[in-house]
Ligand binder design. Structure first.
Ligand code: E4P
Length: 217
């Protein structure tokens, strides 16, 4: 499973990228707002840092306007994936932009039917939002599994990009189901390294090393 980082924080992306943990980046208007940066400027900087796809989201609601914004965003760099919402207008924009050979990430997907339409419209990525479904007591992972089954049944090439990931468990569950990509905030990727037994075991090793006067360098 590929790892995308769900942030517009360049320092956080750089740290993970240096560790080889970044196969791509996803942003959205809320993440751009949080960064306090200009969308075109920060997106350009991220595209220069990262080799993989960098999703940049349109803000228009009408397909023609989304297409114009998508073309402008795609001019930033070759690795831009234009992010459009899963609305009827978004699907129209997806079809036009993907026919032009651009990568398109269809976002705000909450049902298998929506994912089916995005694949038909030529989406490169479909972004089902796990965490926001979980917030409503609906199992977000079930949606990932349903989309996996449907796409595999018909050989759709659209990649399943598990989004709205809130916990480290979401990452392993998405990987078990076979999501192609998961996009997670930096803190969740860090949390994947943590285990209470690792901390406990390390405390004991540190103590024993000290007691025994072990020195290596
Ligand atoms: C995905 O591309 C979105 O930017 C993101 O995963 C949304 O996550 P949230 O529900 O935590 O805002």
């Amino acid at each position: 499973m590929k790892f995308f980082v769900d942030t517009a924080d360049v320092a956080a992306i750089t740290e993970l990228n240096d560790l080889g943990m970044v196969d791509g980046v996803t942003t959205n208007p809320s993440l751009i707002k949080k960064s306090g940066r200009d969308i075109l400027e920060v997106t350009r900087e991220i595209c220069e840092l990262v080799d993989g796809p960098v999703s940049a989201e349109v803000i228009a609601l009408k397909s023609d306007d989304m297409i114009a914004e998508g073309r402008k965003l795609a001019e930033i760099a070759e690795n831009i994936a234009v992010k459009v919402p899963l609305t009827w207008d978004g699907l129209k924009a997806c079809k036009v932009l993907s026919d032009e050979g651009r990568m398109v990430n269809v976002t705000l997907c909450f049902s298998a039917n929506q994912a089916l339409l995005a694949a038909k419209a030529g989406a490169t990525f479909i972004s089902p939002f796990i965490g926001r479904l979980d917030d409503l007591n609906i199992d977000g992972m079930e949606l990932i599994a349903d989309i996996r089954e449907i796409y595999d049944n018909y050989g759709f090439e659209t990649q399943i990009l598990a989004a709205s990931i809130r916990t480290a468990n979401h990452m392993s569950e998405a990987a078990k189901i076979g999501a192609d990509v998961a996009t997670a905030p930096p803190n969740v990727i860090h949390a994947m390294a943590s285990h209470v037994l690792t901390d406990k075991g390390l405390d004991a090793f540190v103590k024993d090393a000290k007691d025994a006067g072990i020195k290596i360098v």
